[in-house]
Design a protein around this ligand. Structure first.
Ligand SMILES: C[S@@+](CC[C@H](N)C(=O)[O-])C[C@H]1O[C@@H](n2cnc3c(N)ncnc32)[C@H](O)[C@@H]1O
Length: 196
């Protein structure tokens, strides 16, 4: 009986040691976000369109830019590189977060930007002065109560391609991008009014 117990204990210890050796601290794979809603598939915004979004939002070095569904991190990285802004990108895909961190390092802006593996529906957005979106209209509508409750008056929201229901944008920018594709950008300003 005692031998059986000792043998089981030894087997458990072996498994723990083997697992730690195979996966040293800091190299464990990031877990996916459980039960997070998929608000949009991964489709990156082309760089010239990213720049136009940041200009439409009037981003400066005083801003804190949050990209909700950041893909490879390009929006917050450009905001840091070209405009000196700080930023945070959120995504539910661990590969996207890894790419974003690598891209920030390559761009030399890792001091200014952070990337989080997190469902944006659970994110605290209160520190953002600019929020960028490239999701879907239905997803923008899911985020609308959160954005309008949490953002401080004066914060800007810029969306590539998708509107936010009956909330009239302050500006709409329609243009043809460098690839000859028609684009529409929307800009809203938080005004302290909570909208469902
Ligand atoms: C259309 S891509 C936009 C990528 C980037 N913002 C851009 O414009 O290049 C949408 C991104 O949102 C992410 N996403 C979808 N649902 C999400 C959720 N619930 N929380 C965080 N990210 C999400 C996807 O993984 C994808 O990378």
């Amino acid at each position: 009986m005692l031998w059986h117990r000792l043998a089981r204990l030894a087997a458990c210890l072996l498994i723990v040691v083997a697992t730690e050796r195979a996966m040293p601290a800091g190299q464990a794979p990031m877990p996916a976000v459980p039960a997070a809603p998929i608000l949009a598939p991964y489709v990156p915004t082309p760089p010239d369109v990213v720049e136009r979004m940041l200009k439409l939002a009037g981003v400066t070095k005083r801003d804190v830019v949050y990209d909700l569904g950041c893909g490879d991190g390009r929006i917050v990285i450009m905001a840091a590189q070209k405009f000196g802004a700080r930023g945070t990108g959120f995504d539910i895909n661990p590969e996207r977060i890894k790419e974003s961190q690598e891209n920030a390092k390559k761009a030399g802006v890792e001091e200014l930007v952070t990337f989080k593996l997190q469902d944006v529906m659970t994110a605290d957005l209160s520190r953002a002065t600019v929020v960028s979106l490239y999701l879907l209209s239905s997803s923008n509508m899911k985020l609308r109560p959160i954005l309008t409750r949490q953002l401080k008056p004066g914060a800007r929201i810029v969306s590539h391609a998708f509107d936010m229901g009956d909330w009239e944008p302050a500006k709409i920018d329609k243009f043809t991008d460098e690839l000859g594709i028609g684009r529409t950008l929307f800009l809203w300003k938080a005004d302290g009014v909570a909208r469902q």
